[in-house]
Design a protein around this ligand. Structure first.
Ligand code: KIV
Length: 270
């Protein structure tokens, strides 16, 4: 089973790693067969599984249930699970809820936010729970951000993001995940922290790992398709099309052919 040391080693060796969201046993087994490096029980399940229009209704109980489903069927991938909306509003809540998610089979929890969560990160880490910090576009704060928009578009806001990352890494964050930022920002963050694997979704080709929502990369999107998504099903046919699409995604990530320029926010920072 892949662990945090493996992801750190991949970064050191310049070997990119793949990550997909996963919520159920059948897909978890397909991802094991395809050798996906890491899976995320994301609170995106609020949309993809439950049909809500945001991640806000997802509960700790939902994440625990789906984490256990995935872990039973996949013994290969490094398994990260989201702490959902308001599950880490206090350090005490974070510890209580992270305990449940880790006991369901996660190897790491992911939380969204910035430097104001430094104490929470330190407390979780001290208690044996590694933390992935999700920055950039943070969907749990969609109402504060005013929509799903590219973040850190100016030099000033990119520097502020780098500073937040530094404070969180100093507090113990073991992985950073950047969503919807210019490719230049993804590159700068990955280079600024040689010991910390940086995962991107819409953060360009220079992060150490890539993640996509599995339904998006299988073309199961309803309406709007984000710029950073590529439909890996579009070139598949035959009885193993889903498995082939997932394998093709893994290969494209490790060969660094995904994301291509078309899936990247090329924004000059001014
Ligand atoms: O919940 C999720 O699927 C995520 C990804 C967008 C990274 O956090």
């Amino acid at each position: 089973m892949i662990n945090l040391s493996d992801l750190r080693r991949f970064k050191k060796e310049g070997r990119k790693f793949s990550c997909l969201t996963c919520y159920d046993a059948s897909m978890a087994k397909a991802m094991e067969t395809a050798q996906i490096d890491s899976v995320l029980i994301g609170d995106s399940l609020g949309m993809t599984i439950q049909g809500h229009d945001s991640t806000l209704p997802v509960t700790v109980r939902d994440i625990v249930y789906h984490t256990a489903c995935v872990r039973r069927a996949n013994q290969h991938a490094f398994l990260m699970a989201d702490l959902p909306f308001m599950a880490y509003a206090t350090t005490k809540d974070a510890l209580k809820n992270a305990k449940k998610v880790m006991q369901a089979g996660a190897q790491m929890v992911k939380i969204e936010g910035g430097a104001w969560l430094s104490d929470t990160v330190a407390s979780l880490t001290r208690n044996g729970i590694p933390v992935c910090m999700h920055l950039g576009l943070t969907p749990q704060s969609v109402h504060v951000l005013g929509g799903y928009k590219v973040q850190a578009r100016t030099r000033q806001s990119a520097d502020a993001l780098l500073q937040e990352c530094k404070m969180l890494v100093d507090a113990g964050a073991a992985i950073l995940l950047l969503e919807c930022v210019p490719a230049q920002v993804g590159k700068e963050v990955a280079q600024a922290f040689p010991e910390i694997p940086v995962i991107g979704i819409g953060a360009g080709a220079d992060t150490d790992g890539q993640v996509l929502v599995v339904q998006d990369m299988l073309g199961l999107t309803d309406g709007h398709v984000a710029k950073f998504v590529y439909n890996f099903m579009s070139k598949q046919s035959g009885p193993y099309a889903i498995l082939d699409a997932i394998t093709t995604y893994h290969q494209a990530v490790i060969k660094n052919t995904f994301p291509a320029l078309e899936q990247t926010f090329q924004i000059e920072l001014k």
